[in-house]
Design a protein around this ligand. Structure first.
Ligand code: FES
Ligand SMILES: [Fe+2]
Length: 369
């Protein structure tokens, strides 16, 4: 029997609004998503509102010190409970002042004592599964979802080892960019380095060594590993005098990233510089990408300032041009799903990670049986 290479997803997966809607239900409402950073919800009553696939949610620190997340909707007549971020003693709905404790239980509703049979103790905001992963808060809208440690085996321990002190870092800068493509075009582009040498000269010569690049699936995590560029070629000072003390850590000379299906990634640049990617689908062919940068003290350092700007004007801008072109191509009558370069030995010029992503999409949208 002659073997044939695996094929990419058919173009309709990236262009059909019906498939996009099915993905919300089958992928986004069943997977783990970044909510906020623990440092933003450290104090009792501090909260952050955010969105997952069009659902408004918020995470809050309750009176017992627990982190809780809820759908951002009042149980009375559906006004939103909070917006943005801030700190509350009680959760008071802005519409008719129904008042909830920080753990989501209804405490009182004006005039409800006059209503026969009204039982405030039966009313609670709808909660959402919440986990803290390396100091980052994640939620899952599926009450039966497996924990993150099942989805992404070993990833948290590897991150803590590769970037000691990761859970104490604080967000310092965010860079947002809109891409005119389906979210999977952007995620796939992130997940292979087959395109790096040709398209990312700064990253492939001044940050990492592309020859040693590899991406391997680890549960629903894609783990990227590579050596750093030679020190004389590095575009920034690795672990300078005011930088993190990475002397004893082999990660000082390496780059690694952990992509957590479907829409978040932690990457650690040589010298322990943590930065993140978040993808938020806006429509079938528009995606918001947020790059996050972190430091020990939450203050912008020269290294982060320089590196985040370099990243914005090189790698990110280069990728925007690529993914926007791919989206236009996916609409072409002259394209049908092409063969993937899946090298059994893996490595930088293999697209086995793309094959894994396509399997996850097909599994979610066309469950067996
Ligand atoms: S909708 Fe919230 S109090 Fe009426
Ligand atoms: Fe890229």
């Amino acid at each position: 029997m002659t073997e044939t290479p695996p094929l990419a997803l058919e173009p309709r997966y990236y262009t059909d609004p019906d498939i996009y809607r099915r993905e919300q239900e089958a992928i986004f409402f069943r997977t783990w998503h970044y909510a906020c950073h623990v440092s933003e919800v450290a104090a009792t009553g501090s909260y952050v509102a955010f969105e997952v696939a069009g659902e408004s949610l918020f995470t809050i620190r309750d009176g017992q010190g627990e982190l809780r997340s809820f759908y951002n909707v009042c149980k009375h007549r559906a006004h939103e409970m909070v917006s943005g971020q801030g700190r509350k003693r009680l959760l008071v709905c802005p519409y008719h002042a129904w008042t909830y404790d920080l753990d989501g239980r209804l405490r009182k509703a004006p005039n409800a004592e006059k209503v026969p049979g009204f039982d405030a103790s039966k009313i609670c905001l709808t909660s959402v599964r919440t986990e803290v992963f390396c100091g980052f808060v994640f939620v899952n809208l599926d009450p039966h979802a497996k924990p993150m440690s099942d989805w992404f085996p070993e990833a948290e321990a590897q991150l803590k080892e590769f970037r000691p002190g990761i859970e104490d870092l604080k967000p310092v800068k965010q860079v947002e960019v809109i891409e005119d493509c389906n979210w999977k075009v952007s995620v796939e582009n992130y997940s292979e380095c087959y395109h790096c040498k040709l398209n990312h000269p700064t990253f492939s010569q001044g940050v990492i060594d592309p020859e040693s690049y590899n991406v391997l699936p680890q549960g629903h995590c894609l783990r990227h590993t590579t050596r750093a560029a030679p020190s004389e070629a590095m575009t920034y000072a690795v672990a300078g005098p005011s930088g993190p003390d990475q002397g004893a850590n082999e990660a000082a000379q390496a780059y690694s990233s952990w992509f957590l299906w479907p829409a978040y990634s932690f990457q650690v640049y040589p010298g322990g510089v943590l930065n993140t990617y978040l993808w938020r689908p806006l429509s079938v062919d528009r995606t918001l990408v947020v790059r996050g940068w972190y430091t020990e003290d939450g203050l912008l350092s020269d290294t982060i300032e320089q590196l985040s700007e370099q990243d914005r004007v090189t790698t990110v801008a280069e990728d925007v041009r690529l993914v926007n072109s791919v989206q236009r191509g996916l609409n072409s009558r002259g394209y049908e799903a092409g063969p993937l370069i899946v090298d059994p030995a893996t490595g930088v010029n293999s697209e086995h990670s793309i094959e894994a992503i396509h399997d996850w999409v097909r599994e979610a949208l066309e469950p067996a049986g």
